[in-house]
Design a protein around this ligand. Structure first.
Ligand code: AMP
Length: 183
């Protein structure tokens, strides 16, 4: 049985907006309502997978934590492997890492350097791109491990925050299923 595939407009209606979380002035785009909806989740995964397939994905990488939900499902849909890009100190093996700037302070992402082969085309999947800082750091980290990275696929883009431009500056093309204005 093939489930109904929802349109971008229908997917957008399933995202819950929570004002002033985690800080005043932020409109938090909460995907838990989208992934709780059976056709919402499966449609999202099919749309993301179609883009990642078109981009030539040989492996999918997703960032902790919400990137794991969509990224692993996309990898299954494409029949490829999944690489978790983790927050600091979580992986049980020797890692490579990258520090990057947040709006306030810094953060660090880590991965197993043996998780990708040299020259393997890895497509990044995450729930949302805002400023692009996380995705740019992820692309750099994957490249340091030997991957070829030229595409990143998101459920949601916040275009006013300029993330797609930051990714373009490092030669990664941004794709997103839906957009929301503002931050
Ligand atoms: P950035 O590095 O600025 O592109 O932010 C990336 C991460 O922050 C995404 O993976 C989201 O999970 C989270 N994030 C940033 N802004 C929002 C928002 N308005 N609503 C929900 N999540 C957000």
């Amino acid at each position: 049985m093939t489930a109904e595939t929802l349109s971008a407009r229908e997917l957008k209606a399933l995202v819950r907006t929570v004002p002033d979380f985690p800080a005043h002035g932020i409109q938090f785009r909460d995907i838990t309502t989208l992934i709780a909806h059976p056709e919402g989740l499966s449609s999202c995964v099919r749309h993301l997978a179609a883009i990642a397939r078109e981009a030539g994905a040989q492996t999918i990488a997703g960032m902790e934590a919400r990137g794991f939900i969509f990224g692993a499902a996309v990898a299954v849909e494409l029949g490829v492997g999944f690489v978790p890009v983790r927050k600091s100190g979580k992986l049980p093996v020797e890692t490579i890492g990258i520090d990057y700037a947040l709006e306030y302070g810094r953060d660090r992402l880590e991965m197993d350097p043996g998780a990708v082969n040299d020259g393997e085309r890895v497509v990044i999947v995450d729930d949302l791109i805002a400023t692009g800082g996380t995705a740019v750091a992820t692309a750099q980290l994957l490249r340091n491990a030997g991957a070829k990275v030229d595409a990143a696929v998101f459920v949601i883009d916040l275009p006013d925050l300029g993330g797609a431009g930051k990714l373009r500056d490092v030669e990664v093309e941004t794709h997103a299923l839906i957009q929301f204005e503002g931050k």
